[in-house]
Ligand binder design. Structure first.
Ligand code: ZN
Length: 80
């Protein structure tokens, strides 16, 4: 089993997608059990996926792009 195929499967699983053809969840788990490099890769990919999900959540607060003038400062009165 090639590490690159395992990483494709890990990435698909993190995205909620089907694993690539020719690899089962059992094979994936068995490989992660024996391959420290792929375990490390999976931990990083998971952290990155969670980080991106948090960024997306922060991006979707109400009042967003429809309201560009909301924070425009008041113009000071002209002195002349
Ligand atoms: Zn591996």
């Amino acid at each position: 089993m090639h590490c690159s195929l395992i990483r494709t499967a890990v990435s698909a699983r993190l995205d909620g997608e089907e694993p690539p053809p020719g690899i089962t969840a059992q094979q994936l788990a068995a490989h992660l059990d024996t391959c420290a490099t792929c375990r490390q890769w999976e931990a990083r990919a998971r952290a990155l996926t969670e980080y991106i999900a948090r960024l997306r959540d922060a991006d979707t607060d109400p009042g967003g792009p429809d309201d560009p003038g909301a924070e425009a400062p008041d113009q000071p009165p002209r002195a002349f």
